[in-house]
Design a protein around this ligand. Sequence first.
Ligand code: 2M8
Length: 470
Amino acid sequence: MSAGTTDGRRAGTADRPRTGAPGPRADTTPGAARDAVALRRLAVATLEANWEHDHSVPSRTLYPHQWSWDSAFIAIGWSHVRPERAWRELGSLFRAQWVDGRVPHIVFNPALRVGSYFPGPQFWDSALAEGAPAAATSGLVQPPVHAPAAWLAYRRAPTGAGRAALARLYPRLVAQQRYLATRRDFGAGGLACIVHPWESGLDNSPAWDAPLAAVPADAAAMRAYRRHDTAHVDAAHRPTDLDYARYVALVASYRERRYRDEDLAGRHPFLVECPLLNAATGAAEHALARIAPLVGADPGPHRERAARITEALVRRLYDPTTGTFQPRDLRAGRLVPARTVLGLAPLILPDLPARQASALVAEACSPRFGLAARMDRPLPSHDRTAPDFEALRYWRGPSWMNINWWVRQGLLSHGRPDLAGGLRDSMIELVTGAGCHEYFHPDTGAGLGSPAFGWTAALLLDVLADDPAG
Ligand code: 2M8
């Protein structure tokens, strides 16, 4: 078993092996995953191998620090096997929350060498921002899936310790919601904006191509930096250098303003209302309404805010002509035309009106995404029929476990257990065939990106436990 018994945050990591997943070799070999017991063992071994003192890394090789929404998904996995780790995972992340309520998308491990990830802590320079924590972090956020994760973790293991952890987390979760609702509503329409594609979690989704095209950048700018990702993964499976030049330019623009959100509206080159981030914000209010009575708080305001977010999503991002949700590019003043899997995200909202819920189910069942009660492969991350669909490149086509888990939750809450079952089977089959990879070829199911990936293992545990036949 890996570290986790000492006290100082992120201590004792400098001499750890950084490639591959440590842990029992036989258990992390995809071929061993023949049945549910072996699969579960594979998932637990992956989580154990990625545990780092008080948090989990998404991957030892590609992402050796703590990532925000990864930690939320991973906490759901921990709640099945070691609930105390679910609370430590969320607790360590929220200790890095900024005074304004933002939860940074990366919390850096100071024990790791410079260059273990790009862009690293020196590039972000979070210390220059007012209200940043002592720990070095990024200045961006990710979808706030932590309240739903905390609620699911508690429901799975409803202990006194879990309740105490919920009480500690609750004000921080509320502050995160407040940050998004107040500081990020640049369109003044009741939705939060992302200021960087990384904030969506679907970094190089075709959804961002149009708004990113307005960000002046040149791929040659990347000659000044050393990318860490392409040292581990085939460059053809990752964002391009031009994408990265734009990512870097956007961070520089935000950093110049010391990550202050005031005045960003007129100046920042990328301001987009993302359906997934806002669906997560709405789902978080629903989860907080369940958590509130357990911690002596009033669930009413959460229900009201959840209803307002759902209404704003439908009003601002639903396109009745396509029958799906599309991001709104505030600078261009229009919806982004790409039909990516981001558009299905509002299905997670239990109060999504029946009209939009059925339209999303129809969109998911169309040849664009291929959802069915019996299906070979989980949903891809982009419309299969689109000319810019790329089966191997990251968020431009490959299948991801977290997004499929998300859609499955939505199908269950909108009364489609048949489709949720098909999706579940295809997700299990995917990992049975390829192991706990970061993402998967949407046709062959081959494992892509990093092996031994945290949320793949965690969410596999969750779907395995949720056995409709059991
Ligand atoms: C990916 O994003 C990071 C930047 O945040 C990267 O490519 O270096 C995304 O898949 C994101 O959703 C995820 O949270 C992160 C860590 O798994 O990796």
